[in-house]
Design a protein around this ligand. Structure first.
Ligand code: IPE
Ligand code: IPE
Ligand code: MG
Length: 246
């Protein structure tokens, strides 16, 4: 029923996405175009994320994942990294009450241990405080890299093979999948990247095997719930074949 809200154009939707992932790109360019510091773009971007998160329950989307900081983003200047971590800190503080009240379950993926201990504790606490929520599962990828996740999976399996607790010939896709931080989630149905770039930039390399990919020229700080809805509508009229003939 809730999904009817997506269908604002009376097109007949074949599919509803259950898991939508967002590569929120273009904050820096948005700020630079206005002569503002890049961190101002990240700030505006965080507000857009708040709007999208709020819209998901109404749109009937149970799983939303957002790419907030990649394993490669450390290459940016120290000022930008500090600005971004301060922003995470601020938003986790200011949004936590509403997220808890609205039934949003927060889950962080990626290597959080690279951040300050106080930030790690804030992430752990937010996960704990929201762990029984079930309206929307919001996964936030920070210091996340698809290749790094595959390396970690290979290390764990190699260790088990040496211990003799895993038989290499018994490995299959389901077992490998269980080693990923997203194993409790369905694979993303739809991945939307803003800012006009048409690449994954090391996001969900394993999980994106059959995701629909949508690239939007809008810079993330300008991305509204209406843009989001239009991608859901476009997804809805696509036929996903998974290699079969229909
Ligand atoms: C995305 O915006 C946010 C992060 C990668 C943290 P960018 O900061 O990459 O913005 P552009 O791509 O430089 O415009
Ligand atoms: C991807 O954006 C990472 C995030 C949105 C967090 P980047 O801006 O880091 O990607 P590239 O460098 O343009 O590929
Ligand atoms: Mg970028």
């Amino acid at each position: 029923m809730a999904n009817q809200n997506i269908n604002t154009t009376n097109e007949s939707l074949v599919n509803y996405p259950s898991h939508v992932a967002l590569v929120m790109d273009g904050n820096g360019r948005w700020a630079q175009a206005r002569g503002l510091p890049r961190v101002e773009g990240h700030h505006r971007g965080a507000e857009r994320l708040r709007d999208i998160v709020k819209s998901c329950p109404e749109l009937g989307i149970p799983f939303l994942t957002v790419f907030a900081f990649s394993t490669e983003n450390w290459k940016r200047g120290k000022d930008e990294v500090i600005g971004l971590t301060n922003l995470f800190r601020k938003y986790m503080g200011s949004e936590s009450r509403e997220l808890i009240e609205k039934g949003v379950k927060i889950n962080f993926i990626g290597d959080r241990e690279a951040f300050d201990q106080s930030l790690v504790e804030q992430m752990n606490q937010l996960e704990m405080a929201t762990k029984n929520n079930d309206v929307l599962e919001l996964t936030i990828a920070v210091n996340y890299g698809g290749k790094s996740e595959i390396v970690n999976m290979a290390k764990s399996i190699a260790r088990k093979a040496i211990e003799g607790t895993i038989e290499p010939d018994h490995l299959d896709e389901m077992i490998l999948d269980s080693y990923f931080s997203t194993s409790h989630l369905p694979d993303p149905d739809l991945i939307i990247r803003t800012s006009g770039e048409t690449r994954l930039s090391n996001f969900f390399l394993w999980q994106a095997a059959y995701s629909e990919l949508a690239f939007d020229k809008t810079l993330w700080p300008d991305f509204t719930v209406d843009h989001f809805k239009s991608h859901l509508i476009q997804y809805g009229i696509k036929e996903r074949r998974f290699g079969a003939i229909t």
